[in-house]
Design a protein around this ligand. Sequence first.
Ligand code: TNX
Length: 555
Amino acid sequence: MAQPPIFRLLSAAALGLPLIAAPASAASITANGAITASGPAAVHSAANSPAVGSRPSATPALTAVIPAPVQVTPAAGRTFRLGPLTVIRTQPGSPAARAVGEQLARDLRPATGFRLPVLPVAPPRLPVVSLLLGAGDGRLGTEGYRLTVAADRVTIRANKPAGLFAGTRTLLQLLPQEIDSPTPVRRPWTVAGGSILDYPRFAYRGAMLDEARHFHTPDEIKSYIDEISRFKVNYLHLHLSDDQGWRIQIDSWPKLTTVSGGPGTGVDGEGPGFLTKSQYREIVGYAARRYVTIVPEIDMPGHVNAAQVAYPELTCDGVAPPPRTDTEVGYSSLCIGSETTYRFVEDVIRELAAMTPGPYIHIGGDEAHATPEADYLAFEQRVLPLVAKYGKTAYGWNEIAKSPASTTAVAQYWDTATTNATVAAAVTRGTKVVMSPANQAYLDMKYDRHTPLGQSWAGYIEVRTAYGWDPATRVTGVGESAVLGVEAPLWSETLRTLDDIEFMAFPRLPAIAELGWSPASTHDWESFSTRLGSYGPRWTLQGVNFYPSPQINWG
Ligand code: TNX
């Protein structure tokens, strides 16, 4: 594409000449500047259209952000205006800061039509968005930032590029809603003056997508990464194997994907589908550019029927079970006494670790009802250390807390109870916990009895229920220092398309993201529901399907 006539504009500015904006690609601007939202139809929510009017929306207040920042200080009467001559200036000598600036420029372009240059030095007299490292503020950690909005400049300062990226996600929410339009909109792009100090409460803020029950394509996963990273979610856990299908290439056991990622796999036999190693690596890279770390999961010793269909030697009797396309759980188990099992497990962990730069390998461990207790313990005793052997931290569903080998592992709490003696005991031995209580954080639970998708075994979860808990007091004996963070799992027995995923994730995912990021002192349903209501039109503009919860005043 042609470069912007930036040098002509810069020299005009230097000479004090009047500046004329380069027109945005006119093809997509309607005469009155009306917004035409595109994207997938809101199939599950006919009433899903919070007003996106033809009148420009108001400039958001500095306090409108989700998740709520640590500290917001508005400066009344001061406004920054982003225009066609705005320059994005990034920390000299930092390719990572520059990449964040370029991502911001790409994010701003569809709606504004501006091609904002990303430069290490800002020319005089032009409005600037600066992304600078060296904040020199320990409170900010690696993901925090300070954002200042003055009349002539927006400055984001952070210790690390991850903080700059988080700051840019905030800036996008501070621009008017129409910034999420896929086509150019004519309106002033104003940002309210003041400053924000912000950093996360917990290091781990995750989402999980079940690739096994229904396979979701690399493009669908990337869209989900875009959508969750807007809320500063920094981990995406991919559930890559289960009874119905196996969704990741493993070279040493090729039939896992040719057979169990093939046609007829998944719930209702909806397959085929699996990620090749190169697709997986591409997703890892795509996520990393949005400061999202991929966590791969291979579920074992239960949830292994698909692996046993491909390799009958993974059963104790050597007989291949029939492929399963139903939604039962708890009936399959690896053969705990067989050395073939450990050769298989080690091969899988080794290959998974080699293609995963992130720190965690999730080894499942849930619902192993077909594995006798003693066998379960023997299995975890051998398998948990294998993850460390390949340089990773073991992560598993809360059942792994039963194993004495889980002291250096992370347990994902999916129980619904407020007490769990096994998990509390593991915490005293050092186990860290990611909180995903199924009756509050499970995105596959129906919102209410009318929800056409999802399940209800852990109850209905409306937005207020998803928001109404504290990760550090939810489970007795699992306090603030034991909690690594939160995760919102999305199991896909009933979900096929990206539209389905979005309908279940939004608006509950931002609720869980706020529990993970924002200080407990900001927790307030009235505030959250108001901010969420104002966010709705952004999803409409982005073409993101969402559930228009009656608990929220959308608009
Ligand atoms: C339980 S939660 C499971 C999954 C199902 C999910 C459906 C957990 C660790 N295991 O196998 O998909 O319920 O909600």
